[in-house]
Design a protein around this ligand. Sequence first.
Ligand SMILES: [Zn+2]
Length: 581
Amino acid sequence: MILSVSARKKLHALVSFLLAAALLVVGLLSAPLVQAGPRADKVYRQAASYYNNSRGFFVRDLSRNQWQECLRLFEKAYECDPRDQKVAPKALYMMAIIYSKAYEQFNMREDLKAAASYYEKLTFGFPDHSLADDAMVALGKIALKNRDNLEMLGKERLLNKALAMYGADQGVNDTAGFLLKRLQEHAEQRGIEPLPPAKSTIVNSITPPAHAAHVSRPVRFWSNENYTRVVIETSAPVRFKEHVLKAEGSLPPRLYVDLFDCRIPPTYQNPITISDGLLKRSRAAQFDPSTARVVIDLETFSQYKIFSLHEPFRVVIDITGTRQQKESTATVEQQRAWQADKEFTLVEQLGLGVRTIVIDPGHGGKDPGAVGRNGLLEKDVVLKVALKTRDALRKKGYRVVLTRSTDVFLPLEERTAIANTENADLFLSIHANSAPNRKARGLETYYLSLATSKEEKQAAALENAVSSKQLSELQDILSDLMKNSKIDESRKFAGTLQHSLAGGMQKRFNRVKDLGVKKAPFFVLIGAQMPAVLAEVAFLSNTEEEKRLGNDSYLAALAMELANGVDSYNRSLVAFGPSFD
Ligand SMILES: [Zn+2]
């Protein structure tokens, strides 16, 4: 049984309200504000004392009521000021310990779940507190002990965050064990005793002041010779401003981004030497108490674009250099293999047509995309179509890279980054649509531009997973983001693809509706350096189309027509290529 807290919470809310009202009056009278700190500290010490006294010198088991009383006292200390850097993390840690001890004693799953969630709250709410590592180690231990039953604990949330935070590779065997080892190393490096006894948590610690947001993951980047995308993720939306510094003396060209009212935990402050094509090095630091700064050292610099995405909030920076793009990273043998079944033309041998296509099956992992009335998931359907399209294109001699080939979650910005770093000639994102009107049906192909119709806006809000307000903010800055994008080529590619897709499917099946070429600001298309389109192959919200998408031969037909569309576009390029007479 979890403590029943709702009644107390209501009372607490009322008290908080009265207190806030009183403080406001005090504030208006210009009297000094009451500090929450000393009171929280006092309440915490009372709780700690009760805890120590009940357990006694010879640690003994407590009754359920005693555990609940301990919990109540630490919760009270926490609620004095949940953002207080000194008391709140210690109180969270103690609540987690109490729940895990209660779990050891009573073996109730709910207690373990609560323990994990308090450790998690501490780790992510106070990432630079000295107990954050210990909480992470404790989480790792819980994950390890319960590895057969991680679903119950919210495995994905717990482990993915922990792994991302410490930069561990995914797909390692026995993830939890690996995580634990990494965390213990980390804690030892920082000279922190893993899992201190309860008493040592009452030590004072000096930590920087709390702010509304913090950098919540290591800075991520994708890079090749002439392009890099850098992504900074924060716990809440922040204001930001970028600056460019030209190369001077021995210093390389640099771009830095200041994030205001934002902290960066020490864990993420180390400089990372990357030396990966355009990107030389990335450094992040707390520039002043309220400003986090990320500096990017570059090999060469030509231009950049910067924009933000929501939920989670991240700042995306695309930078291009001045180097000539390499024609291809493929060896001659590889190219021969890809083109084994294909007749060589001079134009193709010169690399003038389409060689590499990046196919992006939408959604994946924790993001199911649209859900059909009978439960079919967009992420599963589009993955099947993408795999079949890849096979069909390979048979035609193209090189194909998938952004995902399994059921994994991939942020939108990473998909475009893959296409850019692979030097892809085309980018094709595959989706299935959904609409409030269940009669809506058909297939359509989008390219990046302002959405004008209601349907276009609806589709973009859905695929971007944003509100219509966030969408209109994006529309405002879109014209800037689209400069130097291959918009004309994308429109042409969309037209050719849609013609093949709709025309081809109509020949094979009845009641296939051609909705034509449309335009909308899809995040996944922003920053693509090649013609890029998004195909919506059907409406999952339409029962008949959902049924069709459950049928493998229908998916195979879609894949065949998508591949034909790519091929037609390539042939149109080659036809208009230079003459070699
Ligand atoms: Zn989608």
